[in-house]
Each structure stands twice: as C-alpha cells, then as structure tokens.
Design a protein. Structure first.
Length: 641
C-alpha cells in the first residue's frame, strides 16, 4: 500500500513538474514581452520624476513629456496581442499611479493575468533660493538610534579613493552624502577585478591611482552577533545607476539596490544580515554601477520592519582611534557641478576636508590651475581648527577669457607642515568647435560614406542619395561630463533619444609638436574615429558613453590635424566624447581651431532653415537639409556631392 502511494505521489509530482515546464514554455514570449514593457514603464516613470524636478509639479497628462522627456511612442504601450492596436498608458497625477490599461496577459497552459502599474512618489519639492533649481525638501527630523544600533554617515567615511566625492544635500541625513559619479567599476559579483590594468570608464583620472574605487568606514561593534543591514541610497535612473557592491571587513560582497528601484529619491535597501565580532570592524563600498549616492548605513541586531523612506538617523562620528592602517589622516574631496567650461560661465567647485586625525592648525590647501599660455595659478588656503569634522570650501575659478579650446588641470593638495597628505585633480575641458552632419539613417559600423574617404569633408555632402549640409554644434547640448549629447541636440532629450540614427562630427586641432598622443574615446552606441583620413579607433561595446571608454595611441602632425568621427545610435542615450592626452595620460598641448578658421566651408549659414518633411531614404539628391533634419532647397545652381 505504501509503495503504491509513493508511486502515485511520484507520478503526480512528475506530472505537476511537466505541467509547470510546459506552462513556462508556452508563456515564454508573453513573459519576455512583460519584462520589456515593465522596463518601458520604468522609463516613463523616470521621465515623470525628471519633469517633476524641473517643473516642481507632476505632468497633468503624459503628452506634456513629449518631446523634451520622451518620444511620443513611449507614452503608448504594446498591444494585448499581436493584432490589437497600441493604447496609451494610463496616468493619474492625483494619485501618482502609472499603469497599463488592463491586466497584462500571460498565456500558458492556463492564463496568468498580471497587473502592471507603478506608484510614482511625490516628495515635497522646494526651490533653491540662490539657483532657483527644484530640489526635494529637507529630510524630516533625524531620530536617535537604539542602544545596540549603529549608524554610519557616508560623508564621514575615513577612506575615499579616487572616483568618490562628498556633496551637500538638504534631504540627506547629516546634510551630506558621498557620490560615485563616474565609471562602471572594476569589481564583479565575485569581487574579482575586471580591468586591473585599465579601470573601466576611468576617463578623467590623470593621477595614475589605479586602486579599486572604494569607500571605507571603521566602527565599533558593541556586542558580537548577527546584524541586519540597511543602506540609504539614491539612484539616478531605474536601470544601470542604482546598484553598488558592499562588504564588511573585505568579505562577502553583496549588492545594494536593484534595477527598477525608484530614482531621484532616497530609499532604504535591505541587504543580507552579517555576523560581526565585538570591537573594530569596517564597512566598504565598491563600484558596481555609476552615479549612485550613498547617505547612511544602519546596523541593527533585531529583524525590525523596514525604516520609512523619509526617516534618517543621527549618526555619530566614528572614533579616530580605531581607523585602519589604510585610512589617511584626512580625506580630501574635490568636486564640481560640470567638467565642461562654458564660453562665459565657469564650473562651480567645492572642496571638502574630512579630518580623521590631522592637526589643522599646521595644515593648508594648495590649489593650482592651468591657464592659457602655459601659466599656472597657485593659491594657498590655511586650515584653522574647527569644531566640525567635515569642512567645506567653495572655490571660485575665475578663469580668464577668452580660453583656448583644450583641457585644463585643476589640482588640490592637502598639506601638513608643507608635506603632502592627499591630492585630488579635476580635468576641466573647454570643448573644441565641432561641425555636425545629421541626423542620418542608421549606419552599420562596417558601412562607409563620403565623409570618411577624404581628409576635408565636402559641404554639403551626399550620403545615400541625400544631400546634407554641415552645421555648427551648440555647446549648450554638452552634458556635465563634457560629452556631446546628440539626443539633446536632435530631439531635446538626453534619455530615450531618437533611435536608429547616425551622425558625423568634424573638427580641427593644432598640436604643438608632432608625435604619439593618447586618444581617449567614448561612444554610445558605436564610435568610429578618423584622424587625418586614417581610421584610428572603433568602439562597438554597448553601454553608456562613460562605460565604453577606450584608450588608443595615435599620431598627430605638428600644427593642423583633422578629426572626424561617426556615432551610431541604436537606442537610449546618444552621446560621444574625445580627449587627446599625452602618452602618460596628462593634458596635452593640443588646441582646438576656431570654427571660422577651419577648412570646411559653412554652406549658407546665414539662411534660416524652413520646416518640412524629413527626406526619405533614397530621396532626391537635389534636396538639402540641415543637421536638424529640416530640408531646404538650393537657391542657386546645382550643388555637387
């Protein structure tokens, strides 16, 4: 009898397992489409939150997001089946609910309809009195942790490598946070260094400090035991900028955050519990994704409910006597709001000094700044004893105008009795004058076109039987990393830029000496670069521009050199950037040539384009359009290609 029951049980279990597998297999296409539509809805939520930051209000209708935040196609959702028409997403600004119109069908052996909706948070927003920018309101009153709880303030971490910066924020616990602005990172899930010889995405570091990008904080554990860990972070997007690696005492890497988490708001993320011994320990963060902000870490011996999203804790300064041997006497942070120098405005620069155990009365800050003509400005700021452990110094660059179009090095050195304690650098960039040809139909990396076959591109230029004129790049489209943003240029938005397109950019530079230089390129999605008619770099790796960074030695002539690149856009962001450095990765004496002095003639620049339909692929070669996709007809004789 028992044997029969066992056989029946095994048969039923096998039948159930077979049914489950069959159900999953039959529903596979619907599940894939559900994941895609879920990412689609995340993008719309991100756009709503970006709109709210800019406008200090929710959009009343999703159409308000077109075109500055989203293309019109993204405010509509996929059909319930392949033959049904698309329908607009549903948005209720009073409740902050963004949803799919009806249940999403998952069709297997049986039907599993799934709801697809997101609640968009609406934290209070106020305007900064000086800048007028919309910011989230201050965090609520911080609460004191329990007697066995430990709170770590991120801005008080005693060790920050290159790549981390300290920033102030009214809505952060303690009024500040640490920010991982650049780079994909160099540590994977298994804590293995991915690029030991070249840190991924590390375009801006000219210090030669290639240690892993890491933050550490030493603290005292009052009693040996298991502690539950919460980390308060802020993501920049719903995907690819919201996860970071965390460890305790260098062991057991775990990921904080997840794709799909709400961006632009502080969230508490729970991580696996950790067993800690009584006495000194340290918490560490390493890079996993760029643009992650870290505010506080809470360790509690009880498995309590998640802390409310608006709650912050009073964090005490960790005792300086327990810092590890790798922690410096002080932590120096040099930060700015933009690496791009404008024609009339300078980046805003701030310096932070976190005092671990330094005698401030014998210390000072030395700031040096490259200036045109090979000059260097040097300033010395004395540090006076203060009750506050974290000191902040705003710094006015006061750059002289006009500026040569090139890179400039800003260096900040923390000195104690005239001996170097720590150094930070920023590479600021006054961008070259670029001409743009586009937007063009999408081109494969292997394809070739007329601008690539000659050193000096013709103007206008014929590509795929379509005559297109070059136009001047507007530096207003440059992002804070000094990347050229074609999404913003052609569609008015950085994210969800127009898909399946290509564009060319051309400029001329002057090198002080002939020789080998280091070309640093970034491209999203594909970047191909020519210098003086020779192809010198191709980037095919997918990812944001910063994460696709590539170094390549190139030859430059003394004097005039011509640079052309093509940036192919598949989807998402559409950006590119080039830097020319010395072989040891220092700013080089390579200056951009002014737009009016370049070899390519401007075609009819004084004539404003008229609106009209975009030329179709294979259209008439006599139609000429500007780089903004608006055609105009030639007024004189026939213009050759």
């Amino acid at each position: 009898m028992i044997k029969r029951v066992a056989i029946v049980f095994i048969l039923l279990a096998g039948l159930a397992a077979s049914g489950w597998v069959a159900d999953r297999w039959l529903a596979r296409s619907d599940r894939i489409r559900l994941d895609a539509e879920r990412r689609h809805v995340w993008e719309v939520r991100d756009a709503i939150l970006r709109f709210r930051l800019d406008q200090a209000r929710f959009p009343q209708e999703l159409i308000e997001l077109v075109d500055g935040y989203l293309p019109a196609s993204l405010i509509r959702c996929g059909p319930a089946n392949d033959r049904a028409p698309q329908a607009p997403l549903l948005w209720d600004p009073t409740t902050g609910v963004l949803s799919w119109p009806g249940p999403f069908p998952i069709r297997g052996l049986i039907r599993h309809d799934q709801p697809l909706l997101l609640e968009v948070p609406a934290p209070p927003i106020r305007r900064d009195a000086l800048t007028g920018e919309a910011i989230y309101s201050e965090a609520g009153d911080a609460i004191r942790p329990g007697p066995q709880e430990i709170v770590l303030e991120a801005e008080h971490f005693q060790f920050l490598s290159y790549g981390w910066e300290i920033r102030q924020a009214a809505d952060a616990g303690g009024g500040a946070y640490i920010h991982l602005k650049e780079g994909r990172g160099d540590v994977d899930y298994s804590a293995k260094e991915v690029h030991p010889d070249r840190r991924a995405g590390d375009v801006y570091n000219v210090t030669g400090d290639n240690r892993p990008i890491e933050a550490r904080c030493w603290f005292i554990v009052p009693e040996t035991g298991t502690y539950y860990v919460w980390v308060r972070t802020m993501a920049h997007r719903s995907q690819c900028s919201n996860m970071i690696n965390m460890n305790f005492n260098g062991r057991a890497q775990t990921v904080v955050g997840h794709n799909g988490s709400t961006p632009y708001v502080w969230l508490w993320h729970r991580t696996p519990p950790v067993h800690l011994m009584h006495g000194p320990n340290y918490a560490g963060f390493r890079v996993y994704q760029d643009d992650v902000k870290v505010d506080q870490v809470l360790l509690t011996p009880t498995n309590s409910a998640p802390p409310p999203g608006s709650r912050t804790y009073i964090g005490l300064d960790p005792p300086t006597s327990i810092t590890g041997t790798e922690s410096p006497p002080a932590v120096l942070s040099l930060t700015c709001d933009a690496l791009a120098i404008g024609a009339t405005n300078d980046p805003s620069v701030e310096i932070y000094v976190l005092n671990n155990r330094l005698d401030l009365e014998r210390s000072s800050l030395e700031l040096t700044l490259d200036l045109p003509g090979g000059r260097t400005r040097r300033r010395l700021l004395p540090l006076l004893a203060a009750d506050h452990r974290l000191l902040r110094f705003p710094y006015d660059l006061q750059l002289p105008r006009p500026l040569d179009k090139r890179e400039y090095l800003l260096r900040c050195r923390l000195l104690h009795e005239n001996k170097l304690v720590q150094e930070r650098t920023l590479v600021l960039y006054r961008g070259y004058d670029w001409r743009i040809l586009g937007p063009l139909p999408y081109m494969q990396v292997s394809e070739t076109a007329a601008p690539e076959s000659v050193e000096i591109p013709q103007n206008p230029c014929e590509i795929r039987s379509m005559v297109t004129a070059w136009s001047r790049y507007d530096e207003a489209n440059t992002d804070p990393f000094a990347l050229m943003d074609f999404g913003k240029m052609f569609s008015g938005r950085t994210y969800n830029a127009m898909p399946e397109a290509s564009a060319y950019a051309y400029t001329e530079v002057s090198a002080a000496a002939a020789g080998t230089y280091l070309l640093k390129g970034m491209g999203d999605d594909n970047l191909i670069v020519w210098i003086n008619g020779d192809k010198v770099m191709t980037i095919t790796e997918e990812g944001t521009a910063i994460r696709t960074a590539l170094d390549k030695p190139v030859m430059l002539r003394k004097g005039l050199n011509r640079i052309l690149y093509r940036i192919n856009q598949w989807q998402g962001q559409w950006q590119a950037g080039l830097r020319i450095r010395t072989l040891d990765d220092r700013p080089a004496d390579v200056r951009g040539i002014a737009y009016t002095n370049q070899s390519v003639s401007a075609w009819d620049d004084a004539v404003a384009p008229t609106t009209g339909p975009r030329p179709a692929r294979g259209g008439a070669a006599t139609q000429i359009r500007t780089s903004h996709g608006r055609p105009r007809m030639p007024t004189g004789s026939r213009i050759g290609s």
